[in-house]
Design a binder for this molecule. Structure first.
Ligand code: C2E
Ligand code: CA
Ligand code: CA
Ligand code: CA
Length: 281
């Protein structure tokens, strides 16, 4: 009845207001450096597991609402065209931090440091004018090389503006940037164009890893297919979202050379990661 509609209407309006408010707050947080970067170790499995690299993941704590999940605020940021600024911020911080860990290692203050840092790049960032220049600037400002950086892009990003994206990635990759396809297997069936893409690694999506069991099953078949596809194409494979010993055993068995997940480490603050590095990675 009429009352119900009014209620729904009210609810929609409240939600829209809340979204607008969040966007404004996010814009301000970005301007003030209030968006933080956490780092999740990517390891080479084994005993002991060895740290290879870290993935930079953005974190935002709203002054009143508390922590807001990245997938929530990134969707908002996408609609408000804030994603290029967000990605650029994370990139700069990540380069700065990697350079600091390297310097600490060189000074003998840390026994190890990550081989490289991976940052997530949205399709809109990749397609924006000046993206490649921004990457070069961030890397140079930190005193790093392009080979210290991996860009994680999704299949959807690549499919949305394939030509432009491919060109940018090719150009950066020629100068050493690594490129990973994130959430592999969840987007467009990209097998046809995969062979032509400027890509170094595939990241097996968490949804496939989650259902991995020692016994054969569909999830295992998918993971096995991704690993063997990567092999055939000469690409590396990283499994994300490894939470249990069983998943770890299966994925390692399949020949996956790098894993990332709560079993090894949750995303850590900069200081938290330093403690891991202090312990030898
Ligand atoms: P993603 O790139 O697939 O990142 C992996 C997500 O899985 C992260 O969620 C991470 O915390 C989570 N994760 C890692 N290991 C495990 C595990 O063992 N179990 C479970 N349940 N989860 C695990 P997070 O940090 O919430 O990020 C969500 C997504 O937001 C990311 O997914 C990425 O697509 C996006 N994102 C994060 N930071 C950035 C950024 O700086 N720029 C852009 N454009 N996107 C970002
Ligand atoms: Ca990622
Ligand atoms: Ca992923
Ligand atoms: Ca994801």
């Amino acid at each position: 009845g009429g009352g119900r509609w009014t209620l729904l209407d009210e609810e929609v309006r409240t939600r829209a207001r809340r979204a607008l408010r969040l966007v404004a707050d996010l814009r301000e947080a970005l301007a003030r450096g209030g968006v933080e970067v956490h780092y999740q170790p990517v390891v080479q499995p084994g005993r002991p597991a060895r740290l290879r690299s870290v993935e930079a993941l953005c974190r935002w704590t709203h002054p009143e609402l508390g922590p807001v999940r990245p997938d929530v605020f990134i969707e908002l940021a996408e609609r408000a065209n804030l994603v290029p600024a967000l990605d650029a911020h994370v990139l700069q911080v990540a380069c700065h931090d990697l350079a600091a860990w390297r310097a600490a290692q060189a000074a003998g203050d840390l026994p190890v440091s990550p081989d490289h840092v991976a940052v997530n790049v949205s399709a809109v960032s990749l397609a924006a004018d000046g993206f490649a220049a921004g990457v070069r600037r961030a890397v140079a400002t930190a005193g790093l090389q392009l080979s210290d950086l991996c860009l994680e892009v999704t299949e959807t990003a690549l499919a949305s503006d394939l030509r432009a994206c491919r060109q940018v990635l090719e150009e950066l990759r020629a100068d050493g940037v690594r490129v990973a396809i994130d959430d592999f297997g969840t987007g467009y069936s990209s097998l046809a164009y995969l062979k032509d893409l400027p890509v170094d690694h595939l990241k097996v999506d968490r949804s496939f890893v989650r259902d991995l069991r020692s016994t054969t099953g569909p999830a295992r078949a998918v993971a096995a297919a991704v690993v063997s596809l990567a092999r055939t194409l000469g690409l590396g494979v990283v499994a994300e979202g490894v939470e249990t010993f069983e998943q770890d055993a299966v994925i390692t068995d399949l020949g996956c050379e790098a894993v990332q997940g709560y079993l090894y480490s949750r995303p850590l603050t900069r200081q938290g990661l330093v403690e891991v590095l202090r312990g030898g990675g």
